[in-house]
Design a protein around this ligand. Structure first.
Ligand code: ADP
Length: 327
């Protein structure tokens, strides 16, 4: 259905990611530039249902471009999975005359926006805000670059200790279903092995390569593993290695939530600003129910209903690079 947008709401949903604030700022300021009233919805779909909605002005988003997290807060919300919940959300928007909604989040949040716009005359635009980079249709997601750089600087520090003590370190990074943080941070820190959910890894091959390196007296080894890998993250992998190589001193480091926070990198601020601006351009031009991506440095739009249908493809060449460079 076609909607002539009168007022715009902006919200974050799902897990937070660095750069969301820069994105909110871009949506608010572009909306105001075109003369739209703009509202911030607190705590994602939960705030929409609980009527936690605040008017935003240009000053509301001052001094936030450099801050991690999200000033609007974010949440997961079971009630939005129901038609009843979505109807309450719709009533809260329509009593204020808001009929354009920008949702910054992952593919789950996009599915929510798609369900919402198919039931009600609300024009939705999705913006990919997730550290996992697991959305097909965009080369970048807001927060990935910051998360991966946080992982790189942590792994560099761990390498100093691994090197001083000739030890094997297994470092677990975030990614329940997605190996991008592991893959990028592992290559950038010279990891010997990288384990990701998208690719099967043979434990025999890992043991063989560790034994071969032991023979060559290459004792410093870093293995980067995504939390959702088939061996059960770093702890699971440590168990496997201990069983097969009990003489090997193994240390485990789980990076955890430090990867979500912190000052967004220049790249994350930039794509957040471009995407936030583009969301309002779309609403203004009557393009609805799509999410904004960037591919080959150009903006591209994908229907919300296709979000999550495909994953970004990780080619075998990436794994070949890891293998060759780690010898
Ligand atoms: P992400 O957006 O990071 O992938 P989730 O998958 O947790 O995070 O989704 C965020 C929220 O989006 C959920 O808590 C729920 O409120 C809403 N949502 C997800 N899937 C649907 C769906 N199929 N229908 C309606 N709402 C949904």
């Amino acid at each position: 259905m076609s909607v002539k947008v009168k007022k715009i709401g902006v919200m974050c949903s799902g897990g937070d990611s660095p750069g969301m604030n820069a994105c909110i700022r871009a949506v608010v300021r572009t909306s105001l530039y075109y003369g739209y009233e703009v509202f911030g919805i607190m705590r994602g779909y939960a705030g929409l249902i609980e009527d936690d909605i605040v008017k935003m002005e240009s000053r509301s988003v001052a001094n936030i471009i450099q801050r991690g997290g999200t000033i609007l807060k974010t949440a997961r919300c079971k009630d939005f999975l129901t038609k009843k919940g979505r109807k309450i959300a719709y009533d809260n928007l329509s009593k204020r005359g808001i009929n354009g909604l920008v949702v910054i989040g992952g593919d789950g949040s996009f599915r929510g926006a798609d369900a919402f716009s198919s039931e009600h005359d609300i024009a939705c635009i999705g913006l990919p805000g997730t550290i996992d980079k697991d959305i097909a249709g965009t080369d970048f997601t807001i927060g990935f670059d910051t998360a991966v750089n946080t992982a790189v600087s942590a792994i560099d520090k761990i390498r100093d200790t691994a090197d001083s003590h000739d030890r094997l370190f297994i470092i677990e990074v975030m990614g329940r279903d997605s190996g991008y943080i592991a893959l990028h941070s592992g290559i950038a820190t010279g990891a010997e092995n990288i384990l990701i959910p998208e690719k099967k890894t043979s434990i025999d091959e890992i043991i063989d390569s560790l034994q071969e390196k032991e023979r060559r007296k290459k004792l410093v080894n870093l293995i980067v593993v995504a939390e959702g890998d088939e061996y059960g993250g770093a702890i699971g992998l440590e168990k496997h290695i201990n069983e097969r190589m009990p003489q090997m001193e193994v240390r485990v480091c789980i990076l955890g939530h430090i990867q979500r926070g912190g000052t967004p990198t220049c790249l994350d601020r930039l794509i957040a600003s471009r995407m936030g601006y583009q969301a309002v351009e779309c609403l203004k031009d009557g393009l609805h129910n799509v999410f904004v991506g960037i591919q080959n440095n150009s903006i591209c739009l994908t229907p919300l209903k296709d979000a999550g249908k495909k994953k970004q493809h990780i080619s075998d060449e990436w794994m070949k690079i890891v293998k060759i460079l780690a010898t």
